[in-house]
Structure formats: C-alpha cells, structure tokens
Design a protein. Structure first.
Length: 174
C-alpha cells in the first residue's frame, strides 16, 4: 500500500475568482486527448495566458466558490496536476470536479476564509498542510483552517488517485 503523501506544501499562489469552469481550466478545443503532457500547456489559457508558462511545481491555485463547474470531464484536474500544481484551495467546488480531483490524485481543500477577497494575493508564498488543513500565507502572515482530508483520502492521494489506490488494496494481502 502507498505511503501517506507529503502533506506539507510550499508554493506560490495563483488566485482566481468564483465560478471558474472546466472550459477555462482546459478549453474544449484541446479535449481530443487525455494525455497530461498535451493538456498542461493549455491549462487556464482562456482566463490567464501566463499560467502554463509561469506555474512552478508546488504552486497552489486559490479560487472562490464553485470551482470546476461546468462539464464532468476529468481533463480539468488532470491539466492542473500536469502543471505541477500541488493543491487547489477554494471556497467551494462543483461536486463532479471535487470527485474527479480526488480520483486523479489532486489534493484539494475547501476554505472560504482563505478564498476571501484580500486573504491571499497572486504570488503570495503559501505553506499548506493537507493532513491538518492548515494554510499559512507566509507573505502576509495570515493563517486559515480547512477541514483536514480524512486518512483514506490522503492514502488515495498518495497512491496517485482512485485506480492506483484500489489496485494497491487488491494486491495487499489481508
């Protein structure tokens, strides 16, 4: 069975508003493939042309409410993860995006306080602990608390998502 993920994340913030839908996360014109490497360069291009070229491994997306609304495609969290984003923090998520993110192993936290106007600005350095739900803005000193991920979800994330998690569980003698 996979080990727990390294729940401590440090990265720069990429901040977006409410109702960021899957069509701006990964535009439909690129959906002829589900290859992460092919999707990554187009992630967020219709809302932030600089994102894919400037995002660094470990960075964090912070957004308002209803993040990932729109279609049910798993391409959106795949494109985000393929760019090296370590975590998404939002005030709330569209249900299907939330589930797709977990299924493909993209850590997400729900924290309306961290997503509030002025709490975190683009480029702020964040320190996030997925296991405890703590979020610290190292740039302005503010701290926030999200509900921590349950242990089975951290194990699923560590395995790389639902399919690898189930595969490992089936291979582990009881």
């Amino acid at each position: 069975m996979a080990e727990k993920i390294d729940s401590k994340i440090v990265g720069r913030a990429w901040v977006y508003g409410n109702n960021v839908d899957t069509d701006v996360i990964i535009p439909a014109r690129y959906l002829s493939t589900s290859d992460p490497a092919a999707l990554a360069p187009h992630c967020m291009e219709d809302i932030d042309e600089s994102f894919a070229a400037s995002v660094r491994p470990g960075d964090v997306i912070v957004a308002g409410g209803n993040f990932g609304c729109g279609s049910s495609r798993e391409h959106a969290p795949i494109a985000i993860k393929a760019n090296g984003v370590s975590c998404v923090i939002a005030a709330s998520y569209a249900r299907i995006f939330y589930r797709n993110a977990i299924n493909i192993g993209l850590p997400i936290l729900e924290c309306p306080d961290a997503s509030a106007e002025g709490a975190i600005s683009k480029g702020d350095e964040l320190e996030v602990d997925i296991a405890s739900g703590s979020i610290k803005n190292k740039t302005n000193g503010r701290t926030f608390s999200a509900a921590p991920a349950p242990e089975f979800l951290t194990l699923m994330l560590a395995a790389g998502g639902l399919v690898p998690y189930v595969r490992a569980r089936l291979e582990t003698p009881r």
